[in-house]
Ligand binder design. Structure first.
Ligand code: CU
Length: 162
């Protein structure tokens, strides 16, 4: 009985994988201020099976890295994370003060309301890489509740914050 059940759930997650490898929600980027040549992009990632985010590219930035922000004593430090693991079924949130996509060497200013195209390169448990394109909407630094900014192209779900 147990074996049957496992086989079924595997089949289910395999088909879900084929349709939508990694769920990306609430993708946004921080609008830049004058003279700023780097900014961050944030989103929630949920992979149905163990997956790793191995690379991010954007036509708007010369260098794109995944960073982690951490309190080191009383200093906030950022470090590059070469690989961001996405455990099966768990939502990994990239947010200010934590993991973020760092866009550096920007080709121009990012204004609130702009669309920031990102290509996320994932590596599945089988070692195969696949790319998903995401459009992050730029928000001003002082923007209020993220949910109110709405109107991103990604259709479903209002992504409520708690
Ligand atoms: Cu950073």
């Amino acid at each position: 009985m147990k074996h049957l059940f496992i086989a079924c759930s595997l089949a289910l997650s395999a088909s879900a994988w084929a349709q939508s490898p990694v769920q990306v929600q609430d993708a946004w980027a921080r609008a830049t201020v004058a003279q700023q040549s780097a900014t961050g992009a944030f989103m929630k990632l949920t992979a149905p099976t163990a997956t790793r985010l191995v690379e991010v590219r954007s036509p708007l930035a010369g260098i794109v890295e995944v960073h982690e922000m951490k309190l080191d004593g009383d200093v906030m430090r950022m470090r590059a994370v070469p690989v961001l693991p996405l455990p099966a079924g768990q939502t990994v949130e990239l947010k200010p003060g934590g993991f973020h996509v760092m866009l550096m060497d920007l080709k121009g200013p990012v204004k609130a309301g702009d669309t920031v195209p990102l290509s996320l390169v994932f590596e599945g448990a089988d070692g195969k890489r696949f790319t998903q394109d995401v459009k992050a909407t730029a928000r001003a630094l002082a923007a209020p509740a993220p949910a109110a900014a709405g109107g991103s192209g990604s259709g479903h779900g209002a992504g409520h914050k708690h």
